[in-house]
Design a protein around this ligand. Structure first.
Ligand code: N01
Length: 544
């Protein structure tokens, strides 16, 4: 983001508001809308230049959401009533237009300060207010402070030797130039095969002079099932939307499907294949969070899903060497414990003569040179354009890099160095009246964003309203409740296959970062119940 003084929005020297929200993506905008509705005054600070959060930053070639609409939109009737999409999986440009529409309907921007970066915040116990410092040196005050920075607020660029010496064009996926990069006829590379890397590779394969994908771990990607949507079919479906938005909160991942009632081996092999095929043909995350209910818990059951996946994908790759790297017969990890990407024609790219794959598990990148990338077997791969799709300081990074200081004088960055601790995935002990959503210990990465955000957002606003009604100065989760919540997070993860594998769910790729579950793995319906239980009696909170 631009490091300059804010010139837009209600960013005044002595801002004193009820609620200060950080982030103008899905989370922040929803909070502002809900808070206003309940008569509270709220302001959003946003580092970027407009609404849309992740869809403003992630403008890499091919960036497209992998939750389907209308699951992936607000349940707010004024917003959905007059909005239609062109496709069930919109790209980032269309998502930006959606946020323009949201602003037109809800008039959000009048309470947003853009290009405003929070660099420090601490609660003043006596005054009962947060002091929030921004990069340009000003300090604002608010009774409540909410972090809606998302799980991908802090990009991660590995510390590759010689990175700065590369003389071609190089960008991280989450900071791609607005005007794009010319790749026609150029020698291009993508490092990383998460959702970002896969989408870039799909886009570049047909256009680049050559494309080399640097893969450390294969992405066990499943078919997206993208299709065009007509205005008429969407308008006709809208009569069902209220029911549909209720339903998504009753499903494990906040989608419109849940795990089957059956375990894998309740079915014969033939029935399993039939079931898998149905999910596969439907597309999307149903061949993940809609499979047999033991798939993420039982290694043998998981292997059945993996084998089905591998058989289907291997059939699509002509070259035996590439096939073995992209879809090995032996699973690199259990299916679904790393996020499967939704792909359209990812595997077919590798049948093109101009597209290659380099196994950097076997031959890691040793350094960058002015002309390219050197791998440990001594090969120099030369490029004009490189996309670094190596992800983020996932889930916790948005909070630990904001200069947050507890009432005890410690920093969140230090406190969370060995382990993240929250209560209910919405509050942190020692940080009174601070809330967060779509971050650590919520359903976050295991869910559809808007579903999680609305469940958590409504809870936060209800908590604030309750405090106001009861005349409370502040609430602060107790260390005991925090410990019990951590045990709950770990328990839900430990009974599953997630801890078998390093993944974004278990804290991500950042070297030295704690290997631990950072999401609530019990599904949205259970999560909603658990957090709701705490409110009536302020269970687990100290109240002042
Ligand atoms: O990042 P990632 P992402 N040397 O962390 C590799 C969401 N999202 O930006 O797997 C070489 O998933 C790393 O390898 P490995 C989505 O929720 C959504 O793709 O650690 N390689 C991996 O392949 C996702 O979870 C959408 O072995 C290195 C890749 O870089 C989250 O954002 C689109 C490396 C990082 O993958 C992040 O996705 C995009 C190193 N030193 C993102 N370090 C949609 O909605 C890491 N890697 C479609």
């Amino acid at each position: 983001y631009a490091r300059r003084r804010s010139t837009t929005g209600p960013y005044v020297d002595n801002l004193d508001t009820d609620v200060l929200i950080v982030g103008a993506g899905f989370g922040g905008v929803f909070l502002l809308y809900e808070l206003r509705k309940r008569g509270l005054k709220a302001t959003i600070y946003e580092a970027g230049t407009d609404l849309g959060g992740t869809w403003r930053w992630n403008r890499y070639p091919g960036a497209r959401v992998d939750s389907e609409v209308p699951e992936y939109e607000y349940s707010i009737p004024e917003v959905w009533r007059d909005w239609t999409w062109t496709t069930n999986y919109p790209n980032y440009q269309e998502l930006r237009q959606y946020f323009d529409h949201v602003d037109e309907v809800l008039d959000i921007k009048k309470d947003c300060a853009f290009e405003t970066v929070v660099v420090g915040a601490q609660f003043h116990e006596e005054e009962g207010k947060w002091y929030v410092e921004t990069e340009d040196g000003r300090v604002a005050k608010s009774k409540y402070f909410i972090i809606a920075a998302g799980f991908a607020a802090k990009r991660y660029i590995p510390d590759f030797k010689g990175l700065d010496t590369f003389e071609g064009v190089i960008h991280h996926s989450s900071f791609w130039p607005e005007e794009g990069v010319e790749i026609r006829g150029k020698r291009c590379a993508v490092i990383g095969t998460g959702a970002s890397g896969v989408q870039i590779a799909q886009e570049w394969g047909p256009e680049a002079g050559s494309l080399t994908v640097f893969q450390r771990t294969p992405n066990l990607a499943v078919p997206m099932g993208k299709k065009l949507l007509t205005r008429e079919e969407q308008q006709n479906a809208k009569v069902h939307y209220p029911r549909l938005f209720e339903l998504r909160e009753k499903c494990f991942g906040g989608f419109l499907f849940s795990f089957s009632e059956k375990n894998t081996f309740d079915d014969s092999e033939e029935e399993q294949n039939e079931f898998f095929q149905k999910l596969w043909d439907h597309g999307g995350f149903s061949f993940w969070l809609g499979t047999y209910k033991d798939m993420l818990f039982d290694a043998k059951a998981n292997r059945r899903a993996y084998d089905f996946w591998a058989k289907n994908v291997r059939n699509r790759i002509g070259d035996p060497k590439k096939r073995e790297l992209l879809a090995p017969l032996e699973p690199p990890h259990p299916f679904g414990v790393k996020r499967p990407c939704l792909e359209q024609n990812y595997y077919e790219q590798f049948n093109r003569p101009n597209v290659d794959i380099v196994d950097i598990k076997q031959n890691p990148i040793t350094e960058f040179t002015p002309t390219g990338i050197l791998t440990s077997n001594g090969t120099l791969h030369e490029f004009d354009v490189i996309a670094v799709a190596t992800g983020f300081d996932i889930t916790t990074g948005g909070m630990t890099n904001m200069g947050l200081r507890s009432i005890h004088g410690t920093t969140l960055q230090d406190e969370w160095r060995s382990a993240a601790n929250t209560y209910l995935g919405t509050t942190v002990s020692g940080y009174p009246n601070m809330f967060h959503l779509y971050g650590p210990h919520g359903p976050t990465l295991l869910s559809n964003g808007p579903s999680s955000i609305e469940v958590q957002g409504r809870w936060i606003v209800d908590a604030i309203k309750k405090m106001e009604k009861e005349g409370l100065k502040y609430i602060d989760p107790t260390p005991e409740a925090t410990k019990a919540w951590k045990e709950r997070i770990n328990y839900l993860s430990d009974i599953s296959l997630f801890p078998t594998t390093k993944s974004t769910y278990m804290g991500g790729s950042l070297p030295g970062k704690a290997f631990e579950q950072v999401n609530y793995a019990g599904g949205i319906p259970n999560y909603a119940l658990e957090i709701r239980e705490a409110l009536p009696e302020w269970k687990g909170f100290k109240t002042v």
